[in-house]
Design a protein around this ligand. Structure first.
Ligand SMILES: Nc1nc2c(ncn2[C@@H]2O[C@H](COP(=O)(O)OP(=O)(O)OP(=O)(O)O)[C@@H](O)[C@H]2O)c(=O)[nH]1
Length: 334
């Protein structure tokens, strides 16, 4: 089915472009999304954020008013919460028609996929639903890559290779601290998987976002690729997400020490930690961000949450030991 075929040739295309932000865990999707939202087109963007973890964190890290950010947590929109994506998109368009979304009618939808989602099925979801196929048009996939990790991630995780393979444009992010030869090697590994997509090197996703949106507009050949691939959603099943919660304040010093210890454990494969927590000494939230062993802890915007949430994603993690460490942290915080 092709909704565009029923549109007269000279009629304006009123379908809302859908841009997908893809990329492995911690590659910089939310960082790029925030740049988009701060850009001149930001006010017209509605956002759907999808998270692998059970509890949503990213929605609070996106710099937009809450009713423009819809969250789909606890699974990937390419498979387990694919139906929720359709329902959420219908809800957005319903609210749009009643002018309930944000300051303006949104004129672009940006979807931040989870770090383990495959882009093909996500785009295909919008083409297979009659109503969404009439209301939206595909505007491409931007894939973020962690320059220091992408080669090993693609070797180990089919999801990472698929994300690069489907990209209409790649942002080779996290380039800070890498030598030019390491950067060339990272770029070459991306190029081996995707021969066509422009590749932009960046630190903290600092790219020309308007040019990026234009560049991401896909070609017809690429749509044939999506059509052929839409339903394949096999996931690396040993990656697990744990959610740790606490209704109260944490001791920030103990929290830092424990997180450093967890991030540095060699017997666990910590791939990503993120959290928004209340600490005893701050009125604002404390934001935890870790990509592999690189850990950042700093103040966030707004008021501290009532409930502290920390999500830990990785492989070979002993859940009992993790939860025991969290309990000890809480006991020492009160
Ligand atoms: N050093 C460095 N840190 C970065 C860069 N880009 C993003 N970060 C940091 O890396 C962490 C992860 O960035 P996010 O934008 O949340 O990554 P993400 O892809 O949205 O993460 P998930 O949604 O969990 O997969 C955050 O602490 C960012 O501030 C970069 O180029 N260099």
């Amino acid at each position: 089915m092709n909704a565009a075929a029923s549109t007269p040739p000279d009629a304006p295309d009123e379908r809302v472009p859908v841009t997908l932000l893809s990329g492995f865990l911690g590659s910089g999707k939310t960082t790029l999304l925030n740049r988009l939202l701060r850009s001149p087109v930001g006010a017209g963007i509605a956002v759907v954020v999808n998270e692998f973890g059970e509890l949503p964190i990213d929605g609070r890290l996106v710099e937009s008013s809450q009713d423009e950010v819809l969250e789909l947590a606890n699974g990937c929109i390419c498979c387990s919460v694919r139906g929720d994506l359709v329902r959420t998109a219908h809800e957005l368009f319903e609210r749009r028609s009643r002018r309930l979304v944000g300051r303006l009618r949104f004129d672009r939808l940006v979807i931040e996929a989870s770090g383990l989602a495959s882009p093909g099925p996500v785009h295909q979801t919008f083409r297979l639903d009659d109503q969404l196929a009439r209301q939206t048009r595909p505007a491409g996939t931007v894939t973020l890559c962690h320059a220091g990790l992408i080669e090993s991630q693609m070797a180990e995780f089919t999801e990472a290779a698929e994300q690069v393979g489907y990209a209409d444009v790649c942002v080779l992010n996290h380039t800070d601290g890498l030598s030019s030869s390491a950067l060339d090697a990272a770029e070459a590994s991306v190029r081996r998987v995707n021969a066509l997509a422009p590749i932009h090197r960046a630190v903290r996703a600092d790219v020309d976002v308007l040019a990026l949106l234009d560049e991401a507009e896909p070609t017809e050949e690429r749509w044939q690729l999506f059509d052929a691939s839409g339903t394949a959603t096999s996931h690396t099943d040993s990656v697990v997400s744990y959610s740790l919660v606490h209704d109260g304040a944490l001791d920030i010093h103990r929290l830092k020490i424990w997180l450093q210890f967890v991030a540095a454990r060699r017997d666990w494969r910590i791939m990503r930690m993120k959290g928004i927590v209340r600490t005893a000494t701050r009125t604002e939230p404390t934001v935890v961000q870790a990509v592999h062993q690189y850990l950042e802890i700093g103040p966030g915007a707004g008021a501290a949450p009532e409930r502290s949430i920390l999500v830990v994603i990785g492989r070979d993690i002993d859940e009992d030991v993790l939860r025991d460490g969290w309990s000890r942290l809480l006991a020492g915080s009160s």
